[in-house]
Design a protein around this ligand. Structure first.
Ligand code: PMT
Length: 404
Protein backbone atom coordinates (compact mmCIF):
# COMPACT_ATOMS: atom_id res chain seq x y z
CA UNK A 1 0.00 0.00 0.00
CA UNK A 2 1.18 3.48 -0.92
CA UNK A 3 1.18 4.99 2.57
CA UNK A 4 1.98 2.00 4.79
CA UNK A 5 3.17 3.12 8.25
CA UNK A 6 2.99 6.83 7.37
CA UNK A 7 1.79 8.94 10.26
CA UNK A 8 -0.74 11.51 9.06
CA UNK A 9 -2.07 14.18 11.36
CA UNK A 10 -5.31 15.40 9.81
CA UNK A 11 -6.47 18.76 11.16
CA UNK A 12 -10.11 19.69 10.58
CA UNK A 13 -11.32 23.25 11.14
CA UNK A 14 -14.87 24.62 11.20
CA UNK A 15 -16.16 24.98 7.67
CA UNK A 16 -19.01 23.44 5.70
CA UNK A 17 -16.42 21.42 3.70
CA UNK A 18 -15.43 19.50 6.85
CA UNK A 19 -17.46 16.54 5.57
CA UNK A 20 -14.88 16.07 2.76
CA UNK A 21 -12.22 15.46 5.41
CA UNK A 22 -14.07 12.28 6.39
CA UNK A 23 -13.61 10.91 2.87
CA UNK A 24 -9.96 11.98 2.91
CA UNK A 25 -9.44 10.13 6.22
CA UNK A 26 -11.03 7.02 4.68
CA UNK A 27 -8.75 7.13 1.62
CA UNK A 28 -5.64 7.63 3.76
CA UNK A 29 -6.50 4.73 6.05
CA UNK A 30 -7.26 2.53 3.03
CA UNK A 31 -3.80 3.33 1.65
CA UNK A 32 -2.17 2.07 4.85
CA UNK A 33 -1.57 5.37 6.70
CA UNK A 34 -2.09 5.78 10.41
CA UNK A 35 -4.38 8.80 10.69
CA UNK A 36 -4.78 10.91 13.81
CA UNK A 37 -7.55 13.50 13.52
CA UNK A 38 -7.41 16.77 15.46
CA UNK A 39 -10.49 18.99 15.24
CA UNK A 40 -11.07 22.56 16.31
CA UNK A 41 -14.13 23.16 18.49
CA UNK A 42 -15.89 24.81 15.52
CA UNK A 43 -15.24 21.75 13.32
CA UNK A 44 -17.12 19.51 15.77
CA UNK A 45 -20.26 21.54 14.98
CA UNK A 46 -20.09 20.44 11.34
CA UNK A 47 -19.03 16.77 11.67
CA UNK A 48 -19.18 14.63 14.81
CA UNK A 49 -15.78 13.38 16.07
CA UNK A 50 -17.35 9.92 16.16
CA UNK A 51 -17.35 9.87 12.33
CA UNK A 52 -13.57 10.24 12.28
CA UNK A 53 -13.11 7.82 15.17
CA UNK A 54 -15.00 5.15 13.26
CA UNK A 55 -12.99 5.80 10.08
CA UNK A 56 -9.53 5.95 11.67
CA UNK A 57 -9.93 3.67 14.68
CA UNK A 58 -8.36 6.37 16.88
CA UNK A 59 -9.86 8.84 19.35
CA UNK A 60 -10.20 12.36 17.95
CA UNK A 61 -8.28 15.10 19.80
CA UNK A 62 -9.98 18.46 20.20
CA UNK A 63 -8.65 20.08 23.33
CA UNK A 64 -5.21 21.29 24.33
CA UNK A 65 -6.05 20.83 27.99
CA UNK A 66 -7.66 17.38 27.86
CA UNK A 67 -5.81 15.52 30.60
CA UNK A 68 -6.94 12.06 29.39
CA UNK A 69 -5.53 12.66 25.90
CA UNK A 70 -2.42 14.35 27.26
CA UNK A 71 -1.81 11.26 29.40
CA UNK A 72 -2.21 8.95 26.37
CA UNK A 73 -0.16 10.98 23.88
CA UNK A 74 0.78 14.54 24.87
CA UNK A 75 0.65 17.29 22.25
CA UNK A 76 4.44 17.46 21.88
CA UNK A 77 4.58 13.70 21.40
CA UNK A 78 1.80 14.00 18.82
CA UNK A 79 3.70 16.77 17.03
CA UNK A 80 6.76 14.47 16.88
CA UNK A 81 4.69 11.47 15.82
CA UNK A 82 3.48 13.12 12.59
CA UNK A 83 5.24 12.59 9.25
CA UNK A 84 2.94 15.14 7.64
CA UNK A 85 0.23 17.48 8.95
CA UNK A 86 -2.68 18.20 6.59
CA UNK A 87 -5.27 20.76 7.61
CA UNK A 88 -8.40 20.28 5.48
CA UNK A 89 -10.51 22.31 5.43
CA UNK A 90 -8.52 25.32 6.66
CA UNK A 91 -10.73 28.34 7.36
CA UNK A 92 -9.68 31.98 6.93
CA UNK A 93 -9.53 32.29 10.72
CA UNK A 94 -7.24 29.25 11.08
CA UNK A 95 -4.96 30.48 8.28
CA UNK A 96 -4.70 33.91 9.93
CA UNK A 97 -3.92 32.37 13.32
CA UNK A 98 -1.30 30.03 11.86
CA UNK A 99 0.37 32.85 9.91
CA UNK A 100 0.37 34.96 13.07
CA UNK A 101 2.23 32.25 14.96
CA UNK A 102 -0.64 31.74 17.40
CA UNK A 103 -0.80 28.57 19.50
CA UNK A 104 -4.16 29.13 21.13
CA UNK A 105 -5.75 25.76 20.48
CA UNK A 106 -4.54 22.21 20.01
CA UNK A 107 -4.25 22.32 16.20
CA UNK A 108 -2.27 25.58 15.96
CA UNK A 109 -0.07 24.38 18.84
CA UNK A 110 0.67 21.14 16.99
CA UNK A 111 1.47 23.03 13.79
CA UNK A 112 3.86 25.25 15.73
CA UNK A 113 5.49 22.34 17.57
CA UNK A 114 5.96 19.88 14.70
CA UNK A 115 9.06 19.44 12.56
CA UNK A 116 6.94 17.64 9.95
CA UNK A 117 5.81 19.52 6.84
CA UNK A 118 2.42 21.22 7.21
CA UNK A 119 -0.03 21.38 4.30
CA UNK A 120 -3.05 23.66 4.44
CA UNK A 121 -6.08 23.19 2.19
CA UNK A 122 -8.07 26.45 2.30
CA UNK A 123 -11.87 26.47 2.12
CA UNK A 124 -13.91 29.64 2.46
CA UNK A 125 -16.20 32.07 0.69
CA UNK A 126 -14.56 33.56 -2.41
CA UNK A 127 -14.69 37.10 -0.98
CA UNK A 128 -12.94 35.95 2.19
CA UNK A 129 -10.28 34.25 0.07
CA UNK A 130 -9.76 37.45 -1.93
CA UNK A 131 -9.56 39.55 1.25
CA UNK A 132 -6.09 41.16 1.39
CA UNK A 133 -5.61 40.00 4.99
CA UNK A 134 -6.16 36.36 3.96
CA UNK A 135 -3.86 36.77 0.95
CA UNK A 136 -1.15 38.26 3.20
CA UNK A 137 -1.51 35.33 5.61
CA UNK A 138 -1.18 32.85 2.74
CA UNK A 139 1.95 34.64 1.51
CA UNK A 140 3.40 34.48 5.01
CA UNK A 141 2.67 30.76 5.27
CA UNK A 142 4.32 30.13 1.90
CA UNK A 143 7.37 32.01 3.14
CA UNK A 144 7.42 29.65 6.15
CA UNK A 145 7.45 26.65 3.74
CA UNK A 146 3.84 25.71 4.54
CA UNK A 147 2.31 23.86 1.59
CA UNK A 148 -0.87 25.48 0.28
CA UNK A 149 -3.10 22.93 -1.44
CA UNK A 150 -5.86 24.80 -3.25
CA UNK A 151 -8.38 26.26 -3.17
CA UNK A 152 -10.39 25.19 -6.22
CA UNK A 153 -12.76 27.58 -7.97
CA UNK A 154 -16.45 26.94 -8.62
CA UNK A 155 -19.86 27.05 -7.07
CA UNK A 156 -19.82 27.58 -3.30
CA UNK A 157 -22.14 26.44 -0.52
CA UNK A 158 -23.26 30.06 0.00
CA UNK A 159 -24.27 30.40 -3.66
CA UNK A 160 -21.22 32.48 -4.75
CA UNK A 161 -19.00 31.35 -7.58
CA UNK A 162 -15.22 31.75 -7.43
CA UNK A 163 -12.05 30.49 -5.75
CA UNK A 164 -12.42 29.15 -2.22
CA UNK A 165 -13.72 25.59 -2.60
CA UNK A 166 -11.85 22.85 -0.76
CA UNK A 167 -10.05 20.47 -3.12
CA UNK A 168 -11.90 17.18 -3.51
CA UNK A 169 -10.81 14.38 -1.14
CA UNK A 170 -9.30 12.35 -4.03
CA UNK A 171 -7.21 15.35 -5.11
CA UNK A 172 -5.93 15.93 -1.56
CA UNK A 173 -5.19 12.21 -1.22
CA UNK A 174 -3.11 12.36 -4.43
CA UNK A 175 -1.17 15.36 -3.09
CA UNK A 176 -0.34 13.38 0.05
CA UNK A 177 0.87 10.43 -2.06
CA UNK A 178 2.91 12.75 -4.31
CA UNK A 179 4.43 14.37 -1.25
CA UNK A 180 5.81 11.03 -0.06
CA UNK A 181 6.82 9.94 -3.58
CA UNK A 182 9.21 12.86 -4.18
CA UNK A 183 12.28 10.78 -3.60
CA UNK A 184 15.32 11.69 -1.48
CA UNK A 185 17.37 9.24 -3.52
CA UNK A 186 15.94 9.87 -6.98
CA UNK A 187 18.17 8.24 -9.58
CA UNK A 188 20.67 6.92 -7.00
CA UNK A 189 21.91 3.36 -7.63
CA UNK A 190 21.85 1.46 -4.35
CA UNK A 191 23.14 -1.98 -3.46
CA UNK A 192 21.84 -3.57 -0.24
CA UNK A 193 22.73 -6.84 1.48
CA UNK A 194 20.24 -8.59 3.75
CA UNK A 195 19.69 -11.74 5.74
CA UNK A 196 22.11 -14.34 7.09
CA UNK A 197 24.67 -16.44 5.28
CA UNK A 198 24.81 -20.24 5.53
CA UNK A 199 28.25 -21.78 5.66
CA UNK A 200 28.01 -25.41 4.62
CA UNK A 201 29.49 -28.14 6.83
CA UNK A 202 28.24 -30.92 4.60
CA UNK A 203 25.36 -31.31 2.11
CA UNK A 204 22.74 -31.11 4.90
CA UNK A 205 24.22 -28.93 7.66
CA UNK A 206 25.42 -25.36 7.87
CA UNK A 207 26.56 -22.66 10.29
CA UNK A 208 24.05 -19.81 10.21
CA UNK A 209 22.58 -17.06 12.37
CA UNK A 210 19.22 -15.64 13.38
CA UNK A 211 18.90 -12.86 10.80
CA UNK A 212 15.45 -12.92 9.17
CA UNK A 213 16.24 -10.37 6.45
CA UNK A 214 13.52 -7.99 7.70
CA UNK A 215 15.80 -5.04 8.38
CA UNK A 216 17.58 -5.31 5.02
CA UNK A 217 14.35 -5.77 3.07
CA UNK A 218 12.89 -2.72 4.87
CA UNK A 219 15.97 -0.71 3.85
CA UNK A 220 15.57 -1.86 0.23
CA UNK A 221 11.90 -0.90 0.24
CA UNK A 222 12.50 2.48 1.88
CA UNK A 223 15.22 3.31 -0.67
CA UNK A 224 12.91 2.30 -3.50
CA UNK A 225 10.19 4.57 -2.10
CA UNK A 226 12.71 7.41 -2.20
CA UNK A 227 13.36 6.85 -5.90
CA UNK A 228 16.57 4.78 -5.79
CA UNK A 229 17.30 1.91 -8.20
CA UNK A 230 17.80 -0.90 -5.75
CA UNK A 231 19.63 -4.22 -6.07
CA UNK A 232 19.25 -6.47 -3.07
CA UNK A 233 21.69 -9.32 -2.46
CA UNK A 234 19.86 -11.62 -0.07
CA UNK A 235 21.03 -14.55 1.96
CA UNK A 236 18.64 -17.47 2.54
CA UNK A 237 15.43 -15.83 3.84
CA UNK A 238 11.72 -16.29 3.25
CA UNK A 239 10.91 -12.66 2.52
CA UNK A 240 8.85 -11.25 -0.35
CA UNK A 241 10.85 -9.02 -2.68
CA UNK A 242 9.54 -5.42 -2.66
CA UNK A 243 8.12 -4.79 -6.15
CA UNK A 244 10.65 -2.88 -8.24
CA UNK A 245 13.73 -4.20 -6.40
CA UNK A 246 16.20 -6.42 -8.30
CA UNK A 247 16.97 -9.41 -6.08
CA UNK A 248 19.99 -11.71 -6.22
CA UNK A 249 19.82 -14.79 -3.96
CA UNK A 250 22.95 -16.25 -2.41
CA UNK A 251 23.72 -18.77 0.31
CA UNK A 252 27.23 -18.26 1.64
CA UNK A 253 29.48 -15.33 2.52
CA UNK A 254 31.73 -16.15 -0.45
CA UNK A 255 28.75 -16.05 -2.82
CA UNK A 256 27.54 -12.79 -1.25
CA UNK A 257 31.01 -11.31 -1.64
CA UNK A 258 31.11 -12.29 -5.32
CA UNK A 259 27.57 -11.04 -6.01
CA UNK A 260 28.34 -7.68 -4.38
CA UNK A 261 31.75 -7.15 -6.01
CA UNK A 262 30.27 -7.92 -9.45
CA UNK A 263 27.53 -5.31 -9.04
CA UNK A 264 29.02 -2.55 -6.89
CA UNK A 265 31.02 -0.57 -9.43
CA UNK A 266 28.29 1.65 -10.89
CA UNK A 267 26.60 2.04 -7.48
CA UNK A 268 26.43 5.27 -5.50
CA UNK A 269 25.34 3.76 -2.20
CA UNK A 270 26.09 0.46 -0.45
CA UNK A 271 24.13 -0.59 2.65
CA UNK A 272 25.41 -3.75 4.37
CA UNK A 273 22.55 -5.03 6.51
CA UNK A 274 23.39 -8.72 6.11
CA UNK A 275 24.67 -10.75 9.04
CA UNK A 276 27.61 -12.27 7.21
CA UNK A 277 29.46 -15.18 8.82
CA UNK A 278 32.96 -14.07 9.76
CA UNK A 279 34.22 -17.68 9.40
CA UNK A 280 33.37 -20.71 7.27
CA UNK A 281 34.36 -24.36 7.64
CA UNK A 282 37.74 -24.90 6.02
CA UNK A 283 36.32 -27.92 4.24
CA UNK A 284 32.72 -28.66 3.42
CA UNK A 285 32.30 -32.47 3.36
CA UNK A 286 30.90 -33.82 0.12
CA UNK A 287 28.92 -36.50 1.99
CA UNK A 288 26.96 -36.20 5.24
CA UNK A 289 29.34 -36.24 8.23
CA UNK A 290 28.77 -39.46 10.17
CA UNK A 291 28.54 -39.63 13.93
CA UNK A 292 31.83 -41.10 15.27
CA UNK A 293 33.80 -40.09 18.39
CA UNK A 294 32.58 -38.09 21.42
CA UNK A 295 33.94 -34.86 20.00
CA UNK A 296 34.08 -33.34 16.57
CA UNK A 297 36.39 -30.47 15.73
CA UNK A 298 35.67 -28.24 12.78
CA UNK A 299 38.38 -25.93 11.45
CA UNK A 300 37.08 -22.51 10.46
CA UNK A 301 38.75 -19.95 8.24
CA UNK A 302 38.05 -16.24 7.81
CA UNK A 303 35.59 -15.05 5.22
CA UNK A 304 36.37 -11.91 3.22
CA UNK A 305 34.86 -8.77 4.69
CA UNK A 306 32.42 -7.57 2.04
CA UNK A 307 31.83 -4.14 3.55
CA UNK A 308 35.52 -3.40 4.10
CA UNK A 309 36.31 -4.51 0.53
CA UNK A 310 33.64 -2.18 -0.89
CA UNK A 311 34.83 0.71 1.30
CA UNK A 312 38.39 0.18 0.03
CA UNK A 313 37.38 0.62 -3.63
CA UNK A 314 38.74 3.68 -5.35
CA UNK A 315 35.77 5.96 -6.18
CA UNK A 316 33.57 3.51 -4.30
CA UNK A 317 30.02 4.20 -3.15
CA UNK A 318 28.88 5.88 0.06
CA UNK A 319 29.04 3.01 2.56
CA UNK A 320 26.64 2.29 5.44
CA UNK A 321 27.30 -0.71 7.66
CA UNK A 322 25.38 -2.27 10.52
CA UNK A 323 26.82 -3.49 13.80
CA UNK A 324 25.08 -6.23 15.74
CA UNK A 325 26.34 -6.28 19.31
CA UNK A 326 25.32 -7.82 22.61
CA UNK A 327 27.31 -5.33 24.74
CA UNK A 328 29.31 -2.06 24.51
CA UNK A 329 27.16 -1.09 21.51
CA UNK A 330 28.48 2.40 20.85
CA UNK A 331 32.14 1.61 21.46
CA UNK A 332 32.22 -1.51 19.23
CA UNK A 333 30.19 0.20 16.52
CA UNK A 334 32.60 3.14 16.38
CA UNK A 335 35.54 0.74 16.24
CA UNK A 336 33.92 -1.05 13.27
CA UNK A 337 33.19 2.23 11.47
CA UNK A 338 36.80 3.31 11.79
CA UNK A 339 38.47 -0.05 11.11
CA UNK A 340 36.30 -0.78 8.05
CA UNK A 341 36.68 2.86 6.86
CA UNK A 342 32.99 3.31 6.20
CA UNK A 343 30.93 6.50 6.12
CA UNK A 344 28.18 5.55 8.52
CA UNK A 345 27.29 2.70 10.86
CA UNK A 346 23.92 1.77 12.38
CA UNK A 347 24.32 -0.24 15.54
CA UNK A 348 21.71 -2.45 17.14
CA UNK A 349 21.60 -4.61 20.22
CA UNK A 350 20.96 -8.25 19.42
CA UNK A 351 20.05 -10.94 21.87
CA UNK A 352 17.93 -8.45 23.86
CA UNK A 353 14.18 -8.92 24.36
CA UNK A 354 13.21 -6.19 21.93
CA UNK A 355 14.61 -5.41 18.49
CA UNK A 356 17.60 -6.89 16.68
CA UNK A 357 17.31 -10.25 14.94
CA UNK A 358 13.97 -11.73 13.84
CA UNK A 359 11.84 -9.12 15.63
CA UNK A 360 9.57 -6.83 13.60
CA UNK A 361 10.94 -3.85 15.54
CA UNK A 362 14.39 -2.43 16.11
CA UNK A 363 16.25 0.56 17.55
CA UNK A 364 19.47 2.00 16.12
CA UNK A 365 22.39 4.14 17.26
CA UNK A 366 23.78 5.74 14.14
CA UNK A 367 27.34 7.07 13.94
CA UNK A 368 29.26 9.02 11.33
CA UNK A 369 32.46 11.02 11.55
CA UNK A 370 31.82 13.71 14.13
CA UNK A 371 28.21 12.88 14.89
CA UNK A 372 25.64 10.42 16.10
CA UNK A 373 21.88 10.03 16.42
CA UNK A 374 19.57 7.62 18.23
CA UNK A 375 16.61 6.19 16.35
CA UNK A 376 14.30 4.75 19.04
CA UNK A 377 12.40 1.46 18.89
CA UNK A 378 10.01 1.38 15.94
CA UNK A 379 8.86 -1.11 13.34
CA UNK A 380 11.65 -1.89 10.90
CA UNK A 381 10.09 -0.16 7.88
CA UNK A 382 9.57 3.04 9.83
CA UNK A 383 13.07 2.83 11.22
CA UNK A 384 14.49 2.20 7.74
CA UNK A 385 12.75 5.35 6.50
CA UNK A 386 14.24 7.39 9.36
CA UNK A 387 17.70 5.97 8.71
CA UNK A 388 17.39 6.78 5.02
CA UNK A 389 16.45 10.38 5.73
CA UNK A 390 19.52 10.66 7.94
CA UNK A 391 21.68 8.95 5.31
CA UNK A 392 20.52 11.34 2.61
CA UNK A 393 21.81 14.36 4.55
CA UNK A 394 25.32 12.88 4.75
CA UNK A 395 25.27 11.16 1.36
CA UNK A 396 24.79 14.43 -0.52
CA UNK A 397 27.35 16.25 1.61
CA UNK A 398 29.99 13.54 0.95
CA UNK A 399 29.25 12.98 -2.75
CA UNK A 400 29.02 16.70 -3.45
CA UNK A 401 25.83 16.20 -5.44
CA UNK A 402 22.50 17.90 -4.81
CA UNK A 403 19.50 16.44 -3.13
CA UNK A 404 16.82 16.59 -5.88
O1 PMT B 1 17.58 -9.63 9.52
P1 PMT B 1 16.87 -9.19 10.79
O2 PMT B 1 16.28 -10.35 11.56
O3 PMT B 1 15.88 -8.09 10.52
O4 PMT B 1 17.97 -8.57 11.78
C1 PMT B 1 18.64 -7.40 11.43
C2 PMT B 1 20.13 -7.45 11.81
C3 PMT B 1 20.26 -7.55 13.33
C4 PMT B 1 20.81 -8.65 11.15
C5 PMT B 1 20.77 -6.13 11.25
O5 PMT B 1 20.13 -5.02 11.83
C6 PMT B 1 22.27 -6.07 11.54
O6 PMT B 1 22.73 -5.68 12.59
N1 PMT B 1 23.07 -6.49 10.52
C7 PMT B 1 24.54 -6.60 10.65
C8 PMT B 1 24.85 -7.88 11.38
C9 PMT B 1 26.33 -8.15 11.45
O7 PMT B 1 26.79 -9.07 10.86
O8 PMT B 1 27.02 -7.27 12.11
P2 PMT B 1 28.64 -7.35 12.30
O9 PMT B 1 28.86 -6.44 13.42
O10 PMT B 1 29.08 -8.75 12.45
O11 PMT B 1 29.19 -6.79 10.96
C10 PMT B 1 29.47 -5.40 10.74
C11 PMT B 1 29.17 -5.01 9.32
O12 PMT B 1 30.08 -5.67 8.42
C12 PMT B 1 27.79 -5.36 8.83
O13 PMT B 1 27.34 -4.30 8.04
C13 PMT B 1 27.99 -6.63 8.00
O14 PMT B 1 27.03 -6.72 6.93
C14 PMT B 1 29.39 -6.40 7.44
N2 PMT B 1 30.15 -7.63 7.19
C15 PMT B 1 30.52 -8.43 8.23
C16 PMT B 1 31.28 -9.55 7.98
C17 PMT B 1 31.66 -9.86 6.65
N3 PMT B 1 32.39 -10.90 6.38
N4 PMT B 1 31.29 -9.04 5.65
C18 PMT B 1 30.54 -7.95 5.91
O15 PMT B 1 30.18 -7.22 4.97
Amino acid sequence: MKLTSRHLLLGVTGGIAAYKAAELARLLVKAGAEVQVVMTQAATRFVAPLTFEALTGRPVYTDLFDSAHEAAMGHIELARWADLVVVAPATADFIARLAGGRADDLLTTLCAATKAPVAVAPAMNQQMWANPATQESVKTLKRFQTLIWGPAAGEQACGDVGPGRLFEAAQLFQLVCDHFAKGLFSGVRALVTAGPTHEALDPVRFIGNRSSGRMGFAIARALLEEGAQVTLVAGPVSMKTPRGVTRVDVESALQMHEAVMQRVTPCDLFVATAAVADYRPQKSATEKIKKSGEQLTIELIRNPDILADVAALEDGPYTVGFAAETECLDEYAQQKRISKRIDMIAANLVGAEEGGFESSENALSVFWEGGQQQLPLADKLRLARQLITLMSEHFYARTGTENP
